[in-house]
Design a protein around this ligand. Structure first.
Ligand code: FES
Length: 172
């Protein structure tokens, strides 16, 4: 990544975000400080309408003192990081083996019908994004998806509709 015109993290996130970054750094010994990158990237993402930009990833890496590539490797490996703008709610549908055997295709098909978008897309009203992701560690509850850090398991059409209705309600 280009090293020019970069802005420091302190100019890109709030004071609360910097405090959170410092708290992540304090959790690890000096030689393990690169482990703070996951928490730092999540903080930066949440401060930026739920998505990361190259500028933010560079700034997090610089703040920690690691190569930019180390932040990119983490951000591109884990599905919880969004590398482009997403909707208010990101529906992470697990399509790994247990969920696949128990109907994740039907879950995705129903979401596509209901929301009118494909995985990787966002609804026109910017409310929902669908993502197809790897195992989220809730295989016993397959098929499942995660939205807003809440796991929804043993999904069927009725459950999916009720979750979407609730999230789409003006009260949310
Ligand atoms: S395979 Fe879906 S949660 Fe593990």
């Amino acid at each position: 990544m280009a090293e020019q015109n970069k802005q420091p993290l302190i100019d890109l996130v709030s004071a609360k975000g910097i405090a959170e970054m410092d708290a992540w750094l304090a959790k690890y010994p000096k030689k393990g400080k690169r482990s703070a990158v996951m928490g730092g990237l999540m903080m930066a993402q949440l401060e930026n309408n739920n998505h990361l930009t190259p500028e933010l990833m560079d700034a997090v890496a610089d703040y920690i003192g690691i190569p930019h590539m180390a932040a990119y490797e983490v951000a591109t490996f884990y599905s919880m990081y969004n590398l482009e703008p997403v909707g208010k709610y990101v529906i992470n549908v697990c399509t790994n083996i247990s969920c696949s055997l128990r109907g994740s295709d039907e879950v995705l098909a129903h979401l596509k019908d209901r929301l009118g978008i494909e995985p990787g897309e966002t609804t026109d009203d910017k409310q929902f994004t669908i993502k197809s992701v790897e195992c989220l560690g809730a295989c016993a509850g397959a098929p499942m998806f995660e939205v807003d850090r809440v796991y929804h398991e043993n999904l069927d059409k009725e459950k999916i509709n009720s979750i979407i209705d609730r999230l789409a309600s003006p009260a949310n």
